[in-house]
Design a protein around this ligand. Sequence first.
Ligand code: F6P
Length: 525
Amino acid sequence: MSAQWQVVEKIARDESNLSLRHLFAGDPERGQKFSLFCNDIFFDFSKQLVSENGLKALVGLASSAGVQERFQEMFNGAELNVTEHRSVGHVHLRSEGDSSMAVAAREQTERAIELAEAIRAARIVGFGGHAFSAIVSIGIGGSDLGNVLVADALEGWCNGPRCYFVSSIDPTHLDTVLTRNNLSPESTLFVVASKTFTTSETMHIANRARDWISDSLGIKAVPQHFVATTAAPKVAAEWGIANDRILEFFDWVGGRFSVSSVIGFPVIVSCGGEVFREFLRGMAVTDRYVLTTPLAQNAPVIHALLGVWNSSMRNHSSLAVIPYSHGLRRFPAFLQQLQTESNGKSVTVDGHQVPYPTSPAVWGEPGPAAQHSFFQMLHQGTNKICTDFIAVKRTSKIDENGQRLLFASMLAQSAALAFGKTKQEVAADGVSESLVGHRVLGGNKPNSCIVMPVLNAFTLGQLIAFYEHSVAVQGWIWNINSFDQWGVELGKVLTAKIEPVLMGKQSAEVDSSTAMLADWYLQQG
Ligand code: F6P
């Protein structure tokens, strides 16, 4: 551990009894001092359990971990993903620069927009001459979650074919999407979204979709009803996608960092190329901001540092992400993969065991529902949970009162977590002595508020890039590789081994629990 890590750790120990009530009482300017703008995003971290001294030391930690240099390297296309020998290039997907990565990415984005606009204008139609009215995206993980988030958030801009998403190999998912929405093969376009084009769930669903088209329109219809977004164009072509329908991204784009690549094609068809360009511009302004803003004022860097502080120094192994915006309802699921698949690691870049906790578990639900569910646990439970509140002032053109109440709820929950309610305050309400303890809220629960004036393609792009950078910075500070995901491989190998057991082909090489459950499976009708 670096000397600066030890300095921060000592401050965390010395200041382990910080109280948010005292911090606020002792400094009327705390809100102003512990908040930053990142273009349209206003980040208030004053309700984090950190002193000015602690924050200063954390910025020193970012500096000693070489965060500024890593940013520079990432923007220069360096091979930061050392275990896969790949550059980390997602920032080039939205760059207006002239690096070879940016040029290659722009070329594919323009191809995607051209194809999407032709579909929107019905210059490209289905096999029987019908215009496409539905886009069904088939993909999983990073080839699904970002798109779902963006499609939901930009629903108000959808003026083309509607997008639907299928990610589960459970046949119910595809079937429900097709039947509940009355989709017809003649007017449905499938997009197979897969970086590798080998993910078993995705390919299984794609095969079923292909059967659905060919059973009703004939095998010759298939090329007209499928598009691929992939970094494996040859594999996509072998599967049967026509070359002019293969939109490419690159091995230097991690799946969970691919939302600004051609993976966004379904959204482009639905909302149009200009909306997607605006989304990319939003990401690019955050990119420029992180690259040019000093560490101490750099909001995504401070966000990352507080994540490290809470996880590694204060043992908060859980982060609830609570959007107060219906459009951002899938943000928790998106961030869950982005953060935990990136930073849920226990080995350093050079292969040593990390001596400190890394990523917290990330989870959450939209605020209005969450308040009537697990917020009880946030306020009075025994787990140490941090919270990121994300809110938008103007979520819609109608019902200003509802929107104000939504924002007020977020502020109220944030304050209640931070300051709680003491015994004396409860007793002062006239509560009988035997019930006082039940009504006390301990407070002192660290939380941040990340707020934006409106939700549109530009601000959504800024928000997603904000979190992408925060995740990357945390990885650099923890000295782990945020850009690989070796932990998910064993499950894939075991699935391949176990499936034959479920087909009745006996295999002795499974443990007794797996064997027992396989027997149970085989005995069912
Ligand atoms: O299994 C994990 C993973 O590789 C994720 O990292 C990725 O987002 C997802 O699977 C889907 O992969 P692909 O886009 O190659 O189908």
